[in-house]
Ligand binder design. Structure first.
Ligand code: MRU
Length: 354
């Protein structure tokens, strides 16, 4: 996607360095950040400098390439690779793409016959992952756009656009394709507290694409659906279980319940790398708990444009901050993937998963 006429991918590998868009600065500033080692890349994933399942996966894949490039020649190579993989896996627990990427690059390293071949294989596998991620987003866009009628008012939660992937995105890709094909589409953007990915990232992306949108408080979505103001909901997913239950940003489950009550179709868009065939149902998906300060502090710019954090509960307030929730398959109309659109209970699993 383009920012001020320049093509960007959310995360890339430049030599031994992982380069990524510094997402916490958006929408205030657009900057890239360079991460010289896999430990820097792991820290950036943990701190949500890069976030969104697909982008985390691509960053972890490139992080594994850094591991192979950094590892010492000889006896210590294999141990360094195992330790690097463990460091990357420990960054965030919910997004399946992260585990998929680490396993796939580690498999490429293990299958190479020598250290130089392993370094080459790691870089190639990480690059292939990133390219597949971008291609999957484009295909999801093309396939999903069929479900968006002309004039549709779409509601989305969190950010599942190109910033959450290498390019294109999942939930926003069908909206981009529908709009580019000439359909009139407008979007209700859930603010998505506590990290405000909707207000900060989704709204910024839609503005860049020239797509009409309004940011709504998270609590407003049910009211809008009840009043007949929403034609369909599309969200992304951080993990899809074998039975079609999904984990996505906290608050997604409530939107699905409201959609079911109001008869609004509720779609999930996700690439195959997000499907976890080893996970039988949503109750087995690990849910990340993040720092309570994300709930207790509001961050933004002061009137002079300087970044500020303000406390908005009483000084001693405690908070609970689960980052994801589970939406059961029964509330999902269909899952839009790069391989087609499936009823959630009918995902073709098994040999298709690479
Ligand atoms: O905590 P984040 O910002 O990494 O979570 C992002 C989301 O939950 C997105 O909606 C999700 O990743 C689905 S699309 C990749």
């Amino acid at each position: 996607m383009q920012v001020q006429g320049v093509d960007y991918r959310t995360v890339t590998l430049v030599g031994h360095t992982v380069r990524m868009i510094n997402q916490p600065l958006i929408p205030y500033r657009f900057e890239l950040v360079d991460l010289p080692t896999h430990r820097h890349t792991a820290q950036a994933i943990r701190d949500m400098v890069v976030r969104g399942a697909g982008a985390i996966g691509a960053a972890a894949g490139y992080g594994m390439a850094q591991v192979a490039l950094e590892a010492p020649e000889g006896a210590g190579f294999a141990a360094y690779v195992c330790e690097g993989a463990a460091t990357l896996r420990a960054t965030r627990p919910t997004a399946q793409d992260l585990f998929y990427a680490v396993a796939r690059v580690q498999g490429a390293i293990d299958g190479a016959g020598s250290v130089p071949a392993a370094r080459r294989a790691a870089v190639e596998a990480a690059q292939a992952l990133a390219d597949e991620n971008a291609a999957a987003g484009e295909a999801i866009g093309r396939i999903g756009a069929e479900r968006i009628p002309d004039g549709a008012r779409v509601l989305t939660h969190c950010n599942a656009g190109w910033l959450a992937f290498v390019d294109w995105g999942s939930a926003l890709a069908p909206i981009y394709c529908a709009a580019r094909s000439g359909k009139r589409v407008s979007v209700y953007v859930d603010e998505t507290r506590p990290r405000s990915q909707g207000a900060r990232l989704t709204a910024w992306e839609l503005e860049g694409e020239g797509i009409p949108h309004v940011v709504i408080a998270d609590n407003a979505a049910g009211y809008l659906m009840q009043r007949g103001m929403v034609d369909l909901v599309i969200v992304g997913a951080d993990r899809v279980a074998a039975n079609g239950d999904i984990a996505n940003k906290i608050g997604t489950y409530e939107k699905a319940l409201c959609a079911a009550d109001s008869g609004v179709p509720f779609y999930v868009a996700a690439p195959w790398s997000t499907v976890d065939p080893a996970c039988p149902d949503g109750s087995r998906i690990p849910i990340e708990e993040r720092d309570p300060d994300e709930v207790l502090l509001l961050t933004g710019l002061d009137p002079e444009g300087r970044p500020v954090s303000i406390q908005h509960a009483h000084a001693g307030a405690r908070a609970l901050n689960p980052a994801f929730d589970i939406t059961p398959a029964r509330l999902i109309q269909a899952i839009i993937t790069e391989r087609g659109i499936y009823a959630p209970g009918e995902l073709p699993l098994g040999p298709l998963q690479t």
